[in-house]
Design a protein around this ligand. Sequence first.
Ligand code: NAD
Length: 317
Amino acid sequence: MLKRVNRVALIGTGFVGSSYAFALLNQGITEELVLIDLNKEKAEGDAMDLNHGLPFAPSRTKIWYGSNTDCGNADLVVITAGANQKPGETRLDLVEKNTRIFKGIVEEIMASGFDGIFLVATNPVDILTYAVWKFSGLPKERVIGSGTILDTARFRFLLGEYFDVDTRNVHAYIIGEHGDTELPVWSRADIAGLSISEWTKNKDGFNQEDLNQLFLNVRDAAYHIIERKGATFYGIAMGLVRLTKAILQNENSVLTVSAYLEGEYGQKDIYIGVPAVVNRNGIRKIVELDLNDDEREKFTNSVNVLKNTMEPVFKNI
Ligand code: NAD
């Protein structure tokens, strides 16, 4: 009898998509990977190239290039297709362009009989995740955005560097829009169980100004990288692989994703970055952090900025 295998369909094999495919193959997380792109030759070339690396991979992955109709049997569809951020352009500038592209993609995927989980990374990711949820008609739990997974990783990395502690022992979240209004949850950040203020108490060399600057470097990291190399892709690709593993291996891991709020954090009808428990069914539960007044105000502002941007777009589509 044939064993049921995990199939991931990747829509968009540009910088982010092909880096994701490469990282996925190297971590041996799925049995099947289908690569789909408007530019079929790019998808085909990537499939050939990745297949040639299989003898060096930790496990066997069947990789081929295909079309949206191959998504019917997929467990997970990862979307990294669309226009990317140009120098000086904000993520929100991309909204209308990519929402229209997404309508076409999602309608074709749903017509193929897809009934799995969507994972969205294209920017502006919170709004496009909302768009996928609307266009697909799938339950909110099964439509997930990469949200602030990368921003949280950048935050943990920089805090680890600053305090000279392994980043894996730093627990701290960036929440809100994946973009200019995101915020750090300082009140809940800890290193090995000690809050940041406990960690810095009676120690020289640490100060609040450094920490404020550290957050600005997190928030503006994409701009800094784009200025230097035109695009960001390795970090988000690894974040997407982390999410893929949490889903396919039913991990119940807490990751900061763009999730649909229905009253959590006092907000409704919005996809935005918050910590959530992720497993084989998608988002099992949103983790509601007890924010202080300043954090709550900033989070509300982030929600409002997203809602104001989305309103005209969804009226016109
Ligand atoms: P890219 O231009 O290199 O790749 C985009 C790919 O999408 C191209 O290969 C293009 O042919 C394809 N495409 C366009 N329309 C398509 C369609 N209808 N169907 C199938 N494929 C289609 O861009 P990139 O650098 O890979 O970035 C992709 C997206 O990821 C951008 O929106 C970017 O802003 C976003 N991004 C998100 C994060 C995050 O943290 N969420 C981080 C980095 C980049």
